[in-house]
Write a protein that binds this ligand. Structure first.
Ligand code: MRU
Length: 369
């Protein structure tokens, strides 16, 4: 995607050819800053601290984290330590474990002297593949939007609601839920996006709004509680969200608050789609409630981060002193509430049969621990 006329991916190799450069998403939308990750520890910390976030980008960063570790010390012991360190950085997005399993498999039989170069090449290939998967999701999702929009009266924009950020910032490029929106917009469709602010980290207000704005897509930020009201009034034609882990049966873990949108969509007859690349499917799980849900710091709830009047990025306490705060970061939307799963191979019903029909080569394959 382009920022100020320059094309960026979210992760790339620095000019020195070995450090890994990423966009610091904790500074957006107020500052566009990049940081160089120079060690496996720094890559793990960037994932934990949400400098990078979004399931596909977490996986890509972990892959490069392994490459950085192999540059430091390519021994079997250090490979195991790197996989363990990176694997513990965040619990819910399965792409992290998928990427690490892929790196382990690729590096296992490789001589230590070759491991760093092999790991960098594999991480780069994984990133290129992510771009291709997201672009394909965009094409299939665009077809769904076109089909749905054909039933709308002419002269009114097609309204899509999204939650959190599942755009290019959450992936290597293009995004998952936003890729179809970018393609539809570029094809000249009259569409408008309702952007849930997505408390507590405000990925919608800060990141999705920033992305859509940079691409010129008409959008409006709403508080998380407004979606049901808009659906009741016929102001939402379709919901598209991303996912951090989807079970083999089509249950979907995504940013906290997604489930409530799915309930409202079901009640009001609004189609609810989830966009995902196949590395987000956890073929070992049949029950969404088995997905580990990340609990994050209470401070993310008690304090709001934003731009102060002085133009500095700062935080502001909004909760009464002494009150406890809980911060589950994801929730699970059962497959029965999902209209369809938009993948790189097409749209699947949210069911074991639906996913297995699209991915017969992957269905039933659990990640090696
Ligand atoms: O906590 P985050 O920002 O890493 O969570 C990301 C999400 O939940 C997004 O909604 C997204 O859809 C999943 S990644 C494409």
């Amino acid at each position: 995607m382009r920022i100020d006329g320059r094309h960026y991916r979210t992760i790339w190799l620095d000019e020195d050819g070995w450090r890994v450069r990423v966009i610091d998403q904790t500074r957006l939308p107020f500052r566009f800053e990049t940081v160089a990750l120079a060690s496996c520890a720094e890559a793990a910390e960037a994932i934990r601290g949400m400098v990078v976030r979004g399931a596909p980008l977490i996986g890509a960063t972990a892959a490069y984290g392994v490459a950085l570790a192999m540059r430091e010390d390519a021994s079997d012991e250090n490979l195991s330590a790197a996989l363990a360190r990176l694997g513990a950085a965040r619990p819910t997005a399965v792409n992290l474990h998928w990427a690490l399993a892929r790196m382990r498999e690729r590096l296992g039989g490789v001589a230590q002297a070759e491991r760093a170069a092999t790991a960098y090449a594999e991480a780069a290939a994984l990133c290129d593949e992510d771009v291709a998967l997201c672009r394909a999701i965009g094409q299939h999702g665009h077809a769904v939007i076109r089909e749905r929009a054909a039933t709308r009266p002419a002269g009114t924009p097609f309204n899509i609601l999204t939650h959190c950020n599942a755009g290019w910032l959450a992936t290597v490029d293009w995004g998952t839920a936003l890729a179809p929106i970018y393609l539809a917009h570029d094809a000249g469709m009259d569409l408008h996006v309702w952007v849930d602010e997505t408390r507590p980290r405000n990925q919608g207000a800060a990141l999705t709004a920033y992305e859509l704005g940079a691409h010129g897509v008409p959008h409006t930020v709403i508080v998380d509680n407004a979606g049901g009201h808009l659906m009741q009034r016929g102001q939402v034609d379709m919901v598209i969200v991303g996912t951090d882990r989807t079970t083999a049966t089509g249950d979907v873990a995504n940013k906290i608050g997604t489930y409530l949108k799915a309930l409202a969509a079901q009640d009001t007859g609004v189609p609810f789609y989830v966009a995902l690349p196949s590395p987000t499917i956890d073929w070992s799980l049949s029950d969404g409630f088995a997905i580990p849900i990340e609990e994050r710091a209470a401070a993310e709830v008690t304090d709001l981060c934003g731009l102060t009047e002085a133009g500095e990025i700062g935080s502001l306490r909004i909760v009464a002193p002494g009150s406890a705060a809980a911060n589950p970061a994801f929730d699970v939307t059962p497959a029965r509430l999902v209209t369809g799963l938009i993948t790189e191979r097409g749209v699947a019903p949210a069911s074991r049969e639906g996913l297995a029909a699209l991915f017969p080569d992957l269905a039933g394959k659990a990640l090696a621990a």
